[in-house]
Design a protein around this ligand. Structure first.
Ligand SMILES: NC(=O)c1ccc[n+]([C@@H]2O[C@H](COP(=O)([O-])OP(=O)(O)OC[C@H]3O[C@@H](n4cnc5c(N)ncnc54)[C@H](OP(=O)(O)O)[C@@H]3O)[C@@H](O)[C@H]2O)c1
Length: 347
């Protein structure tokens, strides 16, 4: 009997923003698109892209040409003053099937992509958030919309990238009664603490090194003042409970106020200072606190070094689980986004 050939599915992809993350993602996808087609049976056609001052929309935008255009001119298409409005129009015309939001995360509000995400979900267009702000400030609304209109929301890139967190909470530990999550979820602050503690860098040189490595947020203070960890814990709480915690209600301290000599003294004593996010769920409501903690070698998170991360889950029915790894990096975040794209294409 002749084998039936599996039909390749094609999806129109839209990109909000074409900075480090979306460029890394599209390069990564392009470099392995043959493997993806053969293994998962789909192809992405890039059909919409914008940055802060330009916009492009075509049936299938050639990826190498787009990367070259952005490199040479810092534009992705025709210059315009309203790229997000153009994207909104494209979404209304349903010219995309899935969209990746990688605009800079607003620190205090939901940000300009939120109405586009809502519009997309209402049309059954799936979205992958890398920009954390829409989830942190209005994630409960986004989740309700996705459920109502049967659309997919990917968020692996918002909760520690290549460290599996969202997937574990949402899938592997589904129904297990997760009641506590504790994690080192910011690779930049971990790296900075290691450079100061072990390699005797000054704090300023350590931060410079993290920025040079390309792992820091566009504004690195966001990593170091604990806010990025708060954002990630809020999103994990959202996945667990469907509720968001008000940022202003979270006791949050970062590592900026720590003294270099104190960080080194703790290392000399065989311990470590780590920036840790704690999330507890009581009566279906998430509670979060973030701050530096001194940990010793009895702590499962003691093994987290350099740009690495780690997370522990306490559950009612499946015991405790710790995952360590998931270094920060451009390819890592690209791979985390691709994981969401593959999940979407499987649904
Ligand atoms: N870097 C990482 O490893 C990492 C990891 C996890 C999550 N994230 C998150 O991913 C997001 C993107 O990070 P990134 O490093 O790619 O930032 P980025 O390099 O600064 O890129 C941001 C992109 O958004 C565009 N943009 C800014 N404002 C806009 C507006 N009003 N309308 C349309 N486009 C606009 C920028 O346009 P121009 O190109 O014209 O400036 C740029 O293309 C952030 O939310 C960050 O928190 C980053």
């Amino acid at each position: 009997m002749a084998a039936t050939k599996k039909k390749i599915k094609r999806y129109n992809l839209g990109l909000l923003g074409f900075g480090n993350v979306n460029r890394a993602f599209i390069k990564h996808y392009y470099s392995i698109h043959d493997t993806i087609r053969k293994k998962y049976g789909f192809v992405l056609d890039l059909s919409m892209v914008c940055d802060a001052k330009s916009f492009a929309c075509r049936k299938s935008i050639p990826i190498p040409g787009l990367l070259e255009k952005k490199r040479k001119s810092s534009l992705v298409g025709g210059f315009c003053t309203d790229p997000l409005d153009r994207c909104a129009q494209t979404i209304r015309e349903a010219k995309v099937d899935i969209m990746i939001d990688a605009l800079p995360s607003s620190k205090a509000e939901v940000g300009p992509t939120f109405p586009l995400l809502i519009d997309a979900l209402k049309r059954g267009i799936s979205v992958i958030c890398v920009n954390k702000a829409p989830l942190v400030f209005k994630g409960d609304t986004l989740f309700k919309m996705a459920k109502k209109y049967d659309a997919y929301i990917g968020l692996s890139g918002t909760t520690a990238g290549s460290l599996p967190t969202a997937g574990i909470v949402g899938n592997e530990l589904a129904g297990s009664g997760v009641y506590a999550v504790r994690g080192i979820v910011n690779g930049t602050s971990n790296y900075v603490l290691d450079l100061i503690g072990f390699a005797k860098y000054t704090a300023i040189d350590a931060v410079r090194e993290a920025v040079k490595l390309g792992i820091a947020e566009p504004d690195y203070r966001f990593d170091l003042n604990g806010l990025d960890t708060c954002f990630k814990m809020i999103i994990l709480g959202l996945i667990l409970t469907g509720k968001i915690v008000d940022l202003h209600h979270i006791p949050c301290a970062g590592i900026l106020q720590l003294k270099e000599e104190d960080i080194r003294k703790v290392v000399d004593e065989g311990k470590l200072i780590r920036l840790i996010g704690n999330l507890n769920v009581e009566n279906g409501t998430p509670n979060i606190r973030v701050g530096p903690e001194t940990i010793d070698d009895h702590d499962p998170l003691f093994a987290v070094r350099g740009t690495g991360k780690g997370i522990m889950f306490k559950t009612q029915y499946m015991g405790d689980l710790t995952v360590i790894g998931g270094s920060s990096g451009r390819t890592h975040i690209a791979a985390a986004i691709l994981k969401d794209v593959i999940s979407f294409c499987k649904t």
